[in-house]
Design a protein around this ligand. Structure first.
Ligand code: SF4
Length: 362
């Protein structure tokens, strides 16, 4: 079922993002530090703005910030005024924080009607969002289900996945009663199968866009494995409109992982496809550090090409023969190859410089 289209981005937001309704699946991340001090710390404000720009360059579409207090809400407004990146305010319990954020150019508010006190509080936030053209995200975690559903899960009447789906439906019903449909639903569990199941249940019954995420997914490698399995299963069934790979790692790694998952699922086309060898005893070139240096620059490039970084000349050009541009090592030399044909042999110390020249010529 095609989902409804929800637009992230209020009146003052320069870059609006469509979620759902067949729009490209967007990639998001969450900021990893507090922003209470941005009004007085210009260096930090400038640094975060630079980092938001870097995230945008590698393909990040949305960034969410925790807003636990009024100074954080004001800090988020300062950022939102100065960046084109759509920013989402993540709020729990206090609806007044949402109203404070809505004084600025936030793109969306994450808030759950069930934990902000009363329907009247929800109505106040919804009316402010409606007025500003700002979307809302409902975020349900497996640890925050209502008591009656917890009891049904404990007695085996329903599964936790069904409980997550039912909780989301109850929260969504409050918005529907207020005739507000600009909301995205996210249901998160740290269990891969539970994440898959609850999203499938929801998608079978409702057509609100879904934000996919495996919560507390874990450290870099384990987290990427969990998210890849959950997201690819769902995306390949047409479920999921925006994703966040939640990792005990940097926002940058979350974004790079998310983009790679989308590419492998055929949900994000174009851009540079980077292939690199794992290295072995034949290594004549430090593939790992070269890839580390170039990965983000390649992600940021607007070229639809394949680039290969290979450790040796024995297998490199052959294994990377489909690449539009490749580099492989041989002792203190490196070779540049195109579609499997060696076009230049250079000193290894010039690898980055020559690689850049060749890349720019494509
Ligand atoms: S390209 Fe060379 S160094 Fe890399 S894995 Fe293959 S044989 Fe080993």
């Amino acid at each position: 079922m095609t989902t409804k289209t929800v637009y992230l981005g209020g009146k003052g937001v320069t870059k609006r993002i469509a979620i759902g309704g067949g729009a490209p699946v967007s990639v998001q991340t969450m900021w990893k530090e507090g922003i209470t001090d941005l009004a007085t710390d210009n260096n930090k404000l400038d640094r975060i703005l630079r980092e938001l720009n870097d995230l945008s360059m590698i393909g990040c579409d949305i960034v969410r910030f925790a807003v636990p207090d009024i100074p954080s809400a004001q800090g988020l407004c300062l950022l939102a005024e100065r960046t084109a990146m759509p920013l989402v305010a993540d709020i729990h319990f206090d609806y007044k924080l949402a109203l404070e954020c809505l004084k600025g150019n936030v793109a969306a508010i994450r808030i759950n009607p069930g934990n902000i006190g009363s329907v009247e509080n929800t109505r106040t936030v919804v009316e402010a969002c409606r007025e500003q053209g700002v979307a809302i995200r409902i975020g349900i975690n497996s640890g925050s289900l209502p008591k009656d559903l917890q009891e049904q899960i404990a007695t085996g009447k329903i599964t936790r996945a069904q409980g997550l789906c039912e909780t989301s439906a109850r929260e969504a019903a409050i918005f529907e009663d207020l005739k507000f449909d600009q909301y995205v639903v996210s249901m998160k569990s740290s269990d891969v199968n539970e994440t898959i199941q609850c999203n499938k249940f929801y998608a079978e019954k409702y057509n609100n866009p879904l934000h996919l995420g495996v919560t507390e997914a874990g450290p870099l490698i384990g987290g990427i494995v969990k998210s890849s399995i959950a997201f690819s299963t769902l995306l390949n069934q047409g479920i999921g409109d925006t994703i966040r790979v939640s990792l005990s790692s940097s926002p940058e790694n979350e974004v790079v992982a998310g983009i790679n998952i989308l590419k492998e699922c055929g949900k994000r086309a174009g851009g540079v496809k980077l292939v690199s060898c794992p290295r072995c005893g034949r290594i004549g070139f430090d593939v790992h550090s070269f890839v580390d240096r170039w990965q983000n620059r390649l992600l940021a490039m607007d070229k639809d090409i394949t680039v290969a970084v290979m450790g040796c000349v024995v297998n490199g050009p052959g294994e990377g023969r489909h690449a539009d541009l490749g580099i492989a090592g041989t002792a203190d030399k490196a070779i540049i190859f195109k579609k499997g044909k060696i076009v230049r042999t250079i000193d290894a110390k010039d690898a980055d410089k020559v690689f850049e020249q060749e890349l720019n010529s494509l």
